[in-house]
Design a protein around this ligand. Sequence first.
Ligand SMILES: [Zn+2]
Length: 181
Amino acid sequence: MNFSPKEERARFGKGEIMRPATPKPASPLSSCLETLKKSWSKQKGIAGLWQDWPKIAGAQLAPHCQPLNLYKGILFVGASHPYWRQALQYNRPHLLANLRTAGHDIREIRIQQHHPGPTQISDSEELIWARHPSRIDVHGITPCPICKSPAPTGEVSLWGKCSFCRRQEIQKKTSLSDHSN
Ligand SMILES: [Zn+2]
């Protein structure tokens, strides 16, 4: 499936191949960008993490946990409910990889119990957007290991299956316990 952004497709139609080739940079552009991103994220610190969090943690996790503190490369993440603490624990290697890809220099994630106060920004535009179903364009789509149909990566990484399969599993468990009664 092709999920290339609209801008890219538009540019393709304008015949930009007619332009003279840009001279090659002294060092690979990707490594320049990496360095730039890293220095930027160091300046950003915890504020930058807050900003990137919905993208790093994914649409499922992001609204239920938050970066609390960043100290010597150790990121403290808080979640109030045991279920989300467990989900965080389970997704820790994935989170760490996402953090590094986003240019955050994190070497360890520690998960903490955290009860956000009433002034918590849980309903900020950012988090509403993080829950939005169209975020699959950002987080990507993974085939569900059970039904093999495309599912949001956030769902598959959280439950190991798509939300449809998860619902079916719950229904099956419920009907089984009904029969045994
Ligand atoms: Zn499925």
